[in-house]
Design a protein around this ligand. Structure first.
Ligand SMILES: Cc1cc2nc3c(=O)[nH]c(=O)nc-3n(C[C@H](O)[C@H](O)[C@H](O)COP(=O)(O)OP(=O)(O)OC[C@H]3O[C@@H](n4cnc5c(N)ncnc54)[C@H](O)[C@@H]3O)c2cc1C
Ligand code: SF4
Length: 330
């Protein structure tokens, strides 16, 4: 690891002063950032530690009924929070199932949303792949067991690894992003960048921008929501397939449906095909199965990851059933 300066700002204003220098990088829990530095994949001149800024750590119910989450809330705090547990079991479950208790105590939701791909070629300094400015993707014709089955035709087959992103996207979450001078609100489904748009970036964030708040709209409290994650190693692991669904129900009729697939594509993947099957229909096990099948209609597996297609069909089916209280196993 190269030497670096460690800045400890005391306020958000001070954070933005540091971020005016393009050599400064935000550090929150530091779990992903320090991994990248230890692997010599990045060598920032200065880390700006935002972890001790309490103004960025809150979960609150606003007067207009929206729920706000500060980016510094740790994954443990999120999983234990009463408001999140009451209204958004999908988000609670996504946070609860990430990594180990020690990591969840340090890792924050802001950092979790911004973590970089786990592609092993990307994480190794020995492979100068397209995402690092090289000429080709090693995964497309190499070791691709954990790579994308959707949206990977454009030269990079990473999967976006954030579990909380999958749950938050199903809840129509909005990010508040600031550079100290201007603040903007952005739907989370516009935050991630597909390789065809820019293969070197995974999110739209600029170096001087900070996520200052995550907002879940009021009406999402009335959606039945569920998150399920399948992993290879049961103790702790990144997902092989994870799915979040949020359904607006009127009796057993589904009025609105969000079905988001994680570890399927370079971005958290909104399955329009599965949503189409559900919207406007009475949900039965047969329909949930049909939605599972539909979620993989456009899949384009690589040599070693065809198994994911079957996993996603099953997880989508289970998540829909469990969201509305149907036992998927009977
Ligand atoms: C063994 C292991 C298993 C794991 N399993 C999973 C898993 O199953 N699912 C999963 O989702 N994750 C998993 N992770 C990843 C882990 O959850 C993330 O690395 C962690 O959440 C990152 O959060 P952090 O606060 O440490 O971020 P940091 O490492 O501090 O930062 C990560 C990135 O986010 C940026 N950043 C941080 N906060 C902000 C902000 N407020 N605004 C703008 N940019 C910001 C930083 O600049 C940096 O680029 C695992 C990690 C390990 C080590
Ligand atoms: S999948 Fe993306 S990150 Fe991995 S080797 Fe290919 S271009 Fe690089």
């Amino acid at each position: 690891m190269k030497k670096f300066e460690y800045a400890q700002p005391k306020s958000i204003d001070e954070v933005f002063q540091y971020l005016e220098d393009p050599d400064s990088v935000i550090k929150s829990g530091g779990i992903d950032l320090l991994d990248l530095m230890k692997e010599d994949l990045i060598a920032p001149k200065r880390l700006v530690n935002i972890r001790s800024i309490n103004q960025l750590s809150f979960v609150r119910e606003n007067e207009d009924g929206t729920i706000s989450i500060g980016p510094n809330v740790t994954l443990s705090e999120l999983a234990d929070n009463e408001i999140i547990t009451k209204y958004f079991p999908a988000l609670r479950e996504a946070a609860r199932l990430i990594a180990t208790p020690q990591i969840r105590n340090a890792a924050t939701i802001g950092g979790n949303l911004c973590q970089r791909s786990r592609c092993w070629y990307f994480r190794s300094i020995d492979f100068d792949c397209s995402r690092k400015g090289g000429s080709h993707c090693y995964a497309l014709f190499g070791e691709n067991k954990y790579h994308a089955v959707l949206g990977a035709k454009s030269g990079c087959a990473i999967v976006q690894p954030s579990g909380t992103a999958v749950a938050l996207m199903s809840l129509n979450a909005v990010l508040v992003i600031s550079n100290g001078k201007n603040e903007k609100q952005l739907d989370l489904n516009e935050f991630y960048v597909e390789p065809a748009q820019d293969i070197t970036k995974e999110t739209i964030l600029e170096n001087n921008e900070l996520i200052v708040e995550i907002i879940i709209p009021k009406e999402m409290r009335n959606y039945k929501n569920r998150y399920i994650k399948l992993k290879e190693k049961q103790s702790y692991d990144w997902p092989l397939a994870d799915v979040a669904v949020a359904l607006k129900m009127n009796g057993i009729k589904c009025e609105e449906a969000n079905v988001i697939l994680g570890s399927a594509a370079p971005i958290p993947w909104k399955s329009k095909e599965a949503e189409f099957e559900l919207k406007g229909n009475r949900i039965t096990k047969e329909l949930a199965r049909k939605a599972g099948e539909a979620s993989m209609e456009e899949a384009f597996p690589l040599a070693e990851n065809k198994y994911k297609i079957r996993l996603f069909k099953i997880v989508v089916y289970r998540a829909i059933c469990e969201a509305i209280g149907i036992n998927p196993y009977t």
